[in-house]
Write a protein that binds this ligand. Structure first.
Ligand SMILES: [Zn+2]
Length: 556
C-alpha cells in the first residue's frame, strides 16, 4: 500500500476528535442519544472544515453494531467498513461529477431497498449545490417521502445555491472556519506522533496559511515532509509557499518610512528575483503595517495576533509613521493587492504602490494611483496606450535614484518601436476560450481564493491539450504530478475548469518527455520578449527609469 496523505491518516473517527466543530458534535451526539435522527442533514461550511468526516462519523454512529450510539466503537465490521469506504450501506456521491437527473433517478430507485449490513443507508452527497435543477427536483421527491431506513447528508461550501425547497427538508449545521490556534495544536499532535521535527514558527506559519482548513494545513505539512529535511523550518515553509520572511518586510517598510523610492523598488526587485510572489509581498507588508498601527495605538498590546513579534522593530518603525499615514498605507496596499490578482503585469502594480507610498505628501496620492492603475489596465486591454491624454493627468516623472549597476538598454526611440511592433496584451477578465487563457484563469483563481499551496504544486504543470472532455498537464516533477493527480487537488481543478468552461472536463497528468522540454523553453522565451513593451509603456505613462529590467517568474 502506498503513502497515505496526512489528512486521510488523521481524519477524525469519532465526534470527540472533530476539531473546531464542538457545537455540531454536541448536537449530533444528543440526537443520537435520544434517538431523534433526522432523515436529511445539510452540512454547510468552508472546505476542509470536517463536513465529510462528520458525515462518516454519523454513518458509523448509526450503523455501529453497538449503536445507534454517540460513540461508535470503530472496531466492529460495520465501523471498519465505513472507515475503509467499503460499506454496502454508506454511499459517497460527488455531485460535481454526478450532477444530472439520471444519477438522482437511479438513487431514488436504490433508496427503496433495505440496508445490507447496518440499520440505515446513508447517502453523503458532496458539493450538492452542483446538482442541476432537474436533479434537485428529483432529489426533493425522495426527501419528501424518505424510506425510514435512509439518512441523507448533503454537504456544500455554497449553501445559498441550495433551493429553499431542499433547505426546508433538512436539518442545517454550519461548520465554522477552524482557528489558527486549533490548527496549530492539531499539527503539533500530528508532528509529534509522526516523529516529525518542525519548529514552532514553521507550525504557526502553516496554520496561518491554511486559512481555516485543517485539510489544507495537513496537505502543506505533507509537502514539507516531502522536502526530506531533518527539521522543517519556517524558511522551508516560506520557500514552499512562496512566502516572504520578516526581514524583507522590515527592510521594505524602512525604505517606505524614509521615503526612499530607490530603496523600496530595489528591495522589491530583490524579492522578485528570489521568486517571491508579488501579491504575497504586498499582503505581508500590509500585515506588518497593521502590527505597526496596533503597536502605535497600544504599545503594551499582547493578546492580538501580530504579524511581527519583534518589539524593537515595532517600536522603531511605528515611530516613523503617523497614525493617518499607516491607515493610508494599509488601504493603499489592500487596493494594490486586489488589483494584482487580475493584472497582466502584477509587478508594475506593486511598483506603483510602493512609489506612491514613498512619495506620500508630495502630491502622489493613493487615490490617483488607483485611477492610474485602472487606466493602465484599460489601455492594455484596448491595446491603445493613449499616451497623449494620459500624460496630462500624470504628475511630473519621478527621478529614481539609479544604482551604479543600472542599465538602460534601449533608447526612447527603440522603445516606441517595440510598443507598436508587439500585439496588444489581452484583457485579463475578458471571456476567452483559448486553452492557455482558461488555464491561466484557473491558476489565478487558486491564488485569488488563497489556495497558494495548491497553486504552488499545480502551476508546475504545463498545459498540453484541452479538448471537450479532457485537459492534460505535463510535469517535470514526479511529486508535483502525483500530488496534482490526487483526488482533492484534481477535483478542485476540475471544478474550476467546469465553472470557466461551463462543461465537465477530466484532468490528467503526465510526465514530461525529453523531446517536449525544448519546445517549452522556446515558449517561455517568446513570452519574456513580450513583457518589455508593457514595462516601457508604464514608464512612458508614469515617468521614471528602469533600474533593472528582468523577467520575474515568481509573480505570475
Ligand atoms: Zn462499531
Amino acid at each position: 500500500m502506498g503513502y497515505i496523505a496526512l489528512y486521510r491518516q488523521w481524519r477524525p473517527q469519532d465526534f470527540d476528535n472533530l476539531i473546531g466543530q464542538e457545537h455540531i458534535s454536541t448536537t449530533l451526539k444528543n440526537a443520537l442519544s435520544t434517538g431523534k435522527i433526522a432523515h436529511a442533514y445539510l452540512f454547510s461550511g468552508p472546505r476542509g472544515t470536517g463536513k465529510t468526516s462528520t458525515a462518516k462519523i454519523l454513518a458509523k454512529a448509526l450503523n455501529c453494531q453497538q449503536g445507534p450510539t454517540p460513540a461508535p466503537c470503530n472496531q466492529c465490521p460495520n465501523c471498519e467498513r465505513i472507515t475503509a469506504g467499503t460499506s454496502m450501506d454508506v454511499f459517497e456521491i460527488d455531485a460535481a461529477s454526478n450532477r444530472g437527473i439520471d444519477e438522482i433517478r437511479d438513487l431514488r430507485e436504490a433508496v427503496r431497498f433495505s440496508p445490507v449490513e447496518g440499520r440505515y443507508k446513508v447517502y453523503i452527497i458532496d458539493e450538492v449545490h452542483m446538482l442541476t435543477t432537474e436533479a434537485f427536483n428529483a432529489l426533493l421527491k425522495t426527501l419528501e417521502e424518505p424510506p425510514a431506513h435512509v439518512v441523507f447528508v448533503l454537504a456544500t461550501t455554497e449553501p445559498h445555491k441550495i433551493p429553499a425547497t431542499i433547505h426546508s427538508r433538512c436539518q442545517r449545521y454550519d461548520f465554522r472556519r477552524i482557528t489558527v490556534a486549533e490548527i496549530e495544536r492539531r499539527l503539533a499532535d500530528v508532528a509529534t506522533s509522526g516523529g516529525l521535527e518542525i519548529t514552532a514558527e514553521a507550525l504557526q506559519l502553516v496554520a496561518k496559511h491554511a486559512d481555516g482548513s485543517l485539510r489544507d494545513a495537513l496537505s502543506i505539512l505533507d509537502q514539507c515532509t516531502a522536502l526530506g529535511e531533518a527539521t522543517i523550518t519556517a524558511d522551508a515553509v516560506r520557500n514552499l509557499l512562496g512566502l516572504v520572511g520578516h526581514e524583507w518586510v522590515w527592510k521594505l517598510t524602512g525604505a517606505l518610512a524614509e521615503r526612499d523610492v530607490a530603496g523600496a523598488l530595489l528591495t522589491l526587485d530583490e524579492l522578485a528575483n528570489l521568486g517571491k510572489d508579488v501579491r504575497q509581498v504586498l499582503l505581508e507588508l500590509m500585515q506588518h503595517s497593521r502590527s505597526l498601527l496596533l503597536y502605535k495605538a497600544v504599545p503594551d498590546i499582547t493578546n492580538l495576533e501580530m504579524y511581527s513579534e519583534d518589539r524593537d522593530v515595532l517600536a522603531a518603525q511605528s515611530a516613523k509613521f503617523s497614525h493617518d499615514e499607516l491607515v493610508t498605507l494599509i488601504q493603499g496596499l489592500q487596493i494594490a493587492a486586489n488589483e494584482v490578482k487580475w493584472a497582466t503585469e502584477p509587478r508594475i502594480i506593486a511598483e506603483m504602490a510602493l512609489l506612491t507610498i514613498s512619495r506620500r505628501g508630495t502630491g502622489g496620492e493613493l487615490a490617483s494611483l488607483v485611477e492610474r492603475v485602472a487606466a493602465l489596465e484599460a489601455s492594455f486591454a484596448a491595446g491603445e496606450p493613449k499616451r497623449s491624454t494620459r500624460s496630462e493627468a500624470t504628475p511630473p516623472p519621478t527621478q529614481f535614484k539609479a544604482p551604479p549597476k543600472a542599465q538602460q538598454n534601449k533608447s526612447d526611440d527603440q522603445q516606441s518601436k517595440a510598443i507598436s511592433a508587439t500585439p496588444p496584451l489581452s484583457a485579463p477578465r475578458s471571456v476567452s476560450t483559448e486553452p492557455q487563457d482558461v488555464w491561466d484563469a484557473v491558476l489565478k483563481d487558486l491564488i485569488a481564493s488563497g489556495k497558494r499551496s495548491v497553486h504552488a504544486c499545480v502551476s508546475q504543470g504545463q498545459l498540453m491539450t484541452m479538448d471537450d472532455s479532457l485537459v492534460t498537464l505535463q510535469f517535470q516533477s514526479a511529486f508535483a504530478k502525483e500530488r496534482t493527480e490526487k483526488e482533492d487537488y484534481r477535483i478542485m481543478i476540475e471544478k474550476l475548469l467546469a465553472q470557466i468552461l461551463d462543461r465537465q472536463v477530466r484532468l490528467t497528468c503526465q510526465m514530461v518527455e525529453a523531446k517536449t522540454e525544448k519546445s517549452n523553453a522556446a515558449v517561455t522565451t517568446a513570452d519574456e520578449s513580450e513583457q518589455h513593451p508593457a514595462l516601457n509603456q508604464a514608464i512612458k505613462m508614469f515617468g521614471g527609469k528602469v533600474i533593472k529590467e528582468e523577467k520575474n517568474k515568481g509573480d505570475r
